[in-house]
Ligand binder design. Structure first.
Ligand code: NAD
Length: 510
């Protein structure tokens, strides 16, 4: 589809209201957020952002909506989310294409992101009948104890540019079936995809009589994210982005004893052992290192290679990188698209300089691309450097396709290196030796939230809990029992006897 066709299919205009409570209020008078596609550098459209007063209006509406929404039976809420999944199936193509245009990831990845939204809707529908609490035996006679999970309230969702739609849906679909209402502050770099999602959702909600304010959007920059983090009316803020942002949100929510669910930066490594199937290892590595132009939280950044296969892996990677095609991500034959903007290119160039200054050697050179097809100034070459794990630049997440090669001799040493970074998101070991695999997965192994065997670090299935430790923030989203973060737990005790047994045998006379 052409860009005008995509915008038309998604009901988007040149100027779009970026603040919304659903159908009744669509506005925003703060400075416009211009959305430039990194594919061509062209201005796609403008979105309006929220002022502090408009933000407050949205939260008031969300609070009022919560009072009604929480009384809907969970399976009925699930039915609405089921219909949202169906609607997303209908809009998969234009929405996936808009994700590619606005963010710069490949069309397949853009469509894949919308598929993740559909998948989490399906998951949430089933979950809406499984919000189980436990029952336990009371120590007192004729008493029954159990726990229930209740909706928590307004959930603030702050999202990053690199997954402009999927991460919101991971949070929103679960929060809605749990009985919460959502206020979404998307990345200021991808305001249009967020408006498209809000419009799709508003239509489904309207059809079902869902109260105005259950799905809210507040476009804007970090200042709007800060309002959410500091807002006492918001019991849970789920924030996805850099560790710098997460530390700020964690402090602001903790200062008011609110909750935060943090999904922050990664510095993911694959260990390639002497027992690895090299074909699997290399496929996982190249996909993980250059996919989304190195702009995934789960991107493979470090390759920790056994000394006996080091040269062979290095040479195969050099030859694989020679075959990479860089260019327009909407062209199916292209492997690597652009970075999000020119600031990201500057960070990439700075990291390359630091690698050399700190003692690293490039075996595949990087650099910025220019000329026909690269007019946006956002295209760079994926590169590979030989380094040591302790270099300051290696310890840092650079959001670009730079892969570091590190040599090791024992499995214990490799695991220690894999863990010796501040972040703890995704990790992998390539081995056909069961003992090495089990060691990696044991308490003596990877310290990450995700640990894989013979699969790369990149990507995840929505059925598992997604997230990581240390500077990755400790949050878990999506599958397994992540839904519990969006609810409050209540312990109930019922006395069905004729006596009130008090602790320490205390008795009152009446
Ligand atoms: P970013 O931190 O610059 O921005 C993310 C969001 O936070 C944006 O909406 C931004 O406006 C907002 N924000 C920034 N400062 C804020 C503050 N002080 N208070 C409140 N909100 C604030 O991140 P980015 O460049 O958009 O995304 C890339 C980063 O996100 C990478 O570090 C990547 O690893 C991480 N990420 C992590 C996950 C995960 O699940 N762990 C997923 C995707 C991206």
């Amino acid at each position: 589809m052409t860009l005008p066709e995509i915008l038309k299919a998604l009901n988007l205009e040149a100027e779009n209201a970026g603040v919304s409570t659903g159908n009744e209020y669509n506005g925003g008078t703060a400075a416009k957020l211009a959305s430039y596609t990194p594919v061509t550098g062209q201005l796609i459209a403008n979105a309006s952002g929220a002022t502090a007063a408009e933000y407050n209006k949205v939260i008031d509406k969300a609070q009022a909506a919560f009072l009604e929404w929480k009384t809907w039976p969970a399976p009925k809420r699930g039915e609405v989310v089921r219909q949202l999944g169906d609607e997303l199936r209908k809009y998969k193509e234009p929405l996936g294409e808009l994700v590619s245009y606005e963010m710069g990831k490949s069309l397949r990845e853009g469509l894949g992101e919308v598929q993740e939204m559909i998948d989490i809707c399906d998951f949430a529908v089933g979950l809406s009948r499984q919000l189980y609490g436990q029952t336990m035996h009371s120590e007192r006679p004729n008493h029954r104890m159990y726990e229930q999970w209740h909706p928590i309230g307004v959930v603030g969702i702050i999202s990053a540019f690199n997954f402009p739609v999927a991460v919101w849906s991971w949070n929103a679909a679960l929060a809605w079936i749990c009985g919460d209402v959502c206020v979404w502050k998307p990345s200021e770099k991808t305001p249009l995809t967020a408006i498209a999602c809000q419009k799709i959702t508003a239509n489904v909600f309207k059809r079902n009589g869902v109260p105005e304010g259950v799905s809210c959007l507040v476009n804007g920059g970090a200042e709007i994210g800060k309002l959410l983090a500091e807002d006492i009316r918001i019991p849970l803020v789920s924030a996805t982005g850099s560790t710098r942002m997460g530390k700020s949100v964690a402090v602001a929510t903790a200062a008011r004893l609110g909750k935060s669910l943090l999904e922050l930066g990664g510095n993911n490594a694959i260990i390639i052992t002497e027992n690895a199937n090299l074909e699997i290892a290399l496929t996982g590595t190249v996909f993980g290192a250059v996919g989304t132009a190195g702009q995934r939280c789960t991107t493979t950044r470090r390759l920790i290679i056994h000394e006996s296969v080091y040269d062979s892996v290095k040479n195969k990677l050099i030859s694989a990188y020679k075959q990479l095609k860089i260019g327009n991500p909407l062209d199916d034959s292209i492997h690597v698209g652009p970075l999000i903007d020119q600031d990201a290119v500057a960070n990439y160039m700075n990291a390359i300089e630091q690698v050399e200054l700190q003692g690293g050697t490039f075996v595949v050179e990087g650099g910025k691309l220019s000329g026909v097809g690269f007019e946006s100034g956002c295209y760079v070459k994926p590169c590979i450097a030989e380094v040591e794990n302790h270099y300051a630049i290696v310890q840092h997440e650079t959001f670009a396709p730079i892969l570091y090669l590190i040599k090791y001799s024992t499995t214990e040493q490799a695991i220690a290196m894999q863990n010796a970074v501040p972040q703890g998101l995704s990790s992998a070991i390539m081995t056909t030796d069961m003992r090495q695999a089990e060691l990696f997965l044991s308490a003596k192994g990877s310290d990450c939230g995700i640990a894989n065997v013979n699969i790369g670090t990149s990507g995840a299935e929505i059925g598992g809990a997604f997230g990581g430790e240390k500077e990755t923030g400790g949050g878990r989203e999506s599958g397994s029992d992540s839904w519990k973060a969006y609810m409050r737990r209540q312990t109930n005790t019922i006395n069905y006897g004729n006596e009130v047994p008090l602790a320490q045998g205390i008795k009152f006379e009446f």
